[in-house]
Design a protein around this ligand. Structure first.
Ligand code: C2E
Ligand code: MG
Ligand code: MG
Length: 588
């Protein structure tokens, strides 16, 4: 018995020591550990049972017997629950702790002992039931936890993926970038390429969203194929994509950018359509352009804006001056609303000349902002800001009213042209704003011409169509501005009641040099004359250009060669002078 007790103590001490030491030995394989544990567990249970059995068999004192038997039976019951996670071990241990006691009880010729053996034997199935039930509960709750973990993982994956392209979405990109940042060494550079597809909206609007989605998916797969291995490629909403990857230096970044540009510029075929879509890219590098992610993202965004303004299909690196431009933009934004009240805005007028008679046929109203500190601001700088902030509605109505008032004092055959931004047309009550301006100035609607660009017509919205037909019905005329810069689709000329096509300056400046420009102007003029429309050549600066556009069939001309835009009183004076000197033409 002493031997058994000593063995039990030795096993107990050994198990405690190994229990304390083993968890630190991570390299041990789990299988060996388990066998080790099982041997210890079975040895300890057998020895517990053996001691209990010996106490009964050798008639040990009542106190010691009760203690040892209770220890064996108690251990057997306790372990049934404790090790229920591994039922084979738990049941094995219960049997090993109890069977020796039962056998010893049966071997004694004593009814009480037989009764004890019977009770212990009857407790075994109960202990086994506890093991199996607890095991069942444990198994079910582990399975449930596993299912909800898998579900959570799936939801998280979905929340971080863009459905159209399968790329990371905004949330996914943020998550990945934060992880990358944590792994970045102090000498590593992370380049962010922010891409925006040029003219994607036009494709989406003209060919439908399904084609738009397929185009995005194709762009996504081209970008993924072209991006370096391990790069994060994400769609950042709409037609914007972001690629983030580690780079060695600026040269490598440039090469990557031109590779990405090339990949997108290659024509894309979707069903029967052959789409040529370019992209602008803004690039910022961490840590050169900012120490944290937010700053670098802002830098790439600013650089992208710069690339777009500078003529698209190009990549721009972030430069600190861009932040200054942004500051200026913000200033313009906050000061624009006040500018009207402070009387800082004026409408100037640039004459549009009849190329056959040399007489003024119309004036184009061009807004000017004379800022007390910043000097003269060009409309190209503040009109986009007015569009973004919505101030264009008030500003546009004010311009139309001013222009109509001035025109009312001119001779009846001279018209006034006012530029409309797309947002102005889409605003509720847009036509009413124009009609009010006409009524207030008492100007005949025939003498007002609204210049709109092709982008306004691309979305083919009912609002635009209603706006045009409502005003055309009362006699207001329409001119297609900046023709030749966008899709240059001639189909609009048939569909809408245009009385003029204004061929863009970029075309005209090439007319004396390039045969192609001339041929195009000739074709447009031919078509316009059949439809009874005028063709205005914009941006005429030299006599050669005037001669060339005239020869190509343009009926009207506008540009610095004739006159720059001037204040209203000068326009009125010029008209008066022309009438006095009539029929002598202004120039040309
Ligand atoms: P736009 O409608 O094409 O106007 C013609 C622009 O070309 C004017 O610039 C005019 O000053 C300029 N220009 C005229 N002749 C010549 C020339 O011979 N050479 C050169 N280099 N330029 C010439 P501006 O006034 O800076 O206006 C720029 C653009 O801003 C306009 O282009 C128009 O799209 C927009 N804009 C101007 N005023 C308004 C306005 O009142 N409302 C709206 N919505 N947009 C306006
Ligand atoms: Mg115009
Ligand atoms: Mg124009």
């Amino acid at each position: 018995m002493i031997v058994s007790a000593a063995l039990l103590s030795a096993v107990a001490v050994a198990r405690v020591i190994t229990g304390l030491l083993l968890p630190r030995r991570q390299d041990r394989n789990a299988g060996r550990l388990e066998i080790f544990y099982e041997i210890g567990a079975f040895a300890y249970s057998s020895l517990c049972g053996l001691l209990g059995a010996e106490a009964i068999y050798y008639h040990l004192g009542t106190g010691a017997s009760v203690l040892l038997v209770a220890n064996a039976i108690g251990y057997g019951a306790m372990i049934a629950a404790r090790n229920a996670g591994r039922p084979a071990i738990a049941i094995g241990q219960t049997l090993l702790a109890n069977i020796p006691v039962i056998v010893a009880g049966l071997l004694r010729r004593d009814g009480t002992m037989h009764f004890l053996a019977l009770s212990v034997a009857m407790a075994i199935p109960a202990a086994m039931a506890i093991t199996l039930n607890t095991f069942g509960v444990l198994r079910d709750s582990i399975a449930t936890a596993e299912t909800s973990r898998r579900l959570a993982e799936k939801m998280q994956h979905l929340a971080r993926t863009d459905v159209v392209t399968g790329l990371l979405n905004r949330a996914g990109l943020n998550h990945q970038l934060v992880q990358r940042m944590a792994q970045l060494g102090s000498r590593d550079k992370l380049a962010l390429f922010w891409l925006d597809l040029d003219r994607f909206k036009e494709v989406n609007d003209t060919l439908g969203h399904q084609v738009g989605d397929r185009l995005l998916a194709e762009v996504a797969s081209r970008l993924t194929a072209r991006a370096p291995e391990g790069a994060c490629v994400a769609r950042f909403g709409g037609d914007e994509f972001i690629i983030a990857c580690e780079v060695a230096d600026r040269r490598e970044t440039e090469t990557l950018a031109s590779g990405l540009l090339e990949a997108i510029t290659r024509p894309i075929r979707i069903d029967d359509a052959r789409l040529e879509i370019g992209s602008s890219i803004g690039i910022a590098i961490l840590p050169d352009d900012g120490a944290d992610l937010e700053t670098v993202m802002q830098g790439a965004d600013l650089a992208l804006y710069h690339a777009k303004v500078n003529g698209r299909k190009q990549a721009s690196f972030f430069a600190p001056s861009m932040t200054r431009n942004l500051v200026r933009r913000k200033e313009i934004e906050s000061e624009l609303r006040l500018a009207l009240q402070r009387d800082e805005l004026s409408v100037f007028f640039q004459p549009i000349i009849d190329l056959s008679t040399g007489r003024i046929r119309a004036f184009e109203a061009l807004v000017r902002w004379f800022h007390p500190d910043k000097g003269e601001l060009r409309p190209d700088e503040f009109i986009p800001v007015a569009e973004e902030t919505g101030a264009i509605i008030t500003l546009g109505n004010w311009i139309t009213t001013q222009a109509a008032r001035c025109a009312a004092s001119w001779p009846a055959e001279v018209t006034v042209a006012v530029n409309l931004s797309p947002l102005q047309i889409r605003a509720p009550g847009a036509a009413l704003g124009i009609l009010n301006a006409l009524r207030e100035a008492r100007l005949d609607p025939h003498r007002l011409e609204l210049e709109i660009t092709e982008t306004v017509l691309l979305d083919q919205s009912e609002t635009t169509e209603a706006f045009i037909s409502e005003l055309a019905d009362v006699g207001v005329r329409f001119a297609l501005d900046d023709f030749g810069t966008g899709y240059s689709s001639l189909s609009y000329l048939n569909k809408y009641p245009f009385s003029k096509i204004k061929v863009d300056r970029s075309f005209v400046s090439g007319v004396s040099a390039g045969m192609k420009s001339e041929a195009i102007i000739r074709a447009v003029s031919g078509m316009a004359s059949t439809l009874g429309m005028d063709v205005v050549a914009e941006g005429l600066e030299t006599v050669e250009q005037v001669e060339a556009v005239k020869a190509a069939g343009c009926t009207l001309g506008q540009g610095f060669y004739f006159s720059r835009a001037m204040p209203d009183y000068l326009a009125t004076m010029l008209l008066a002078q022309e009438r006095q000197e009539s029929p002598r033409p202004l120039r040309a």
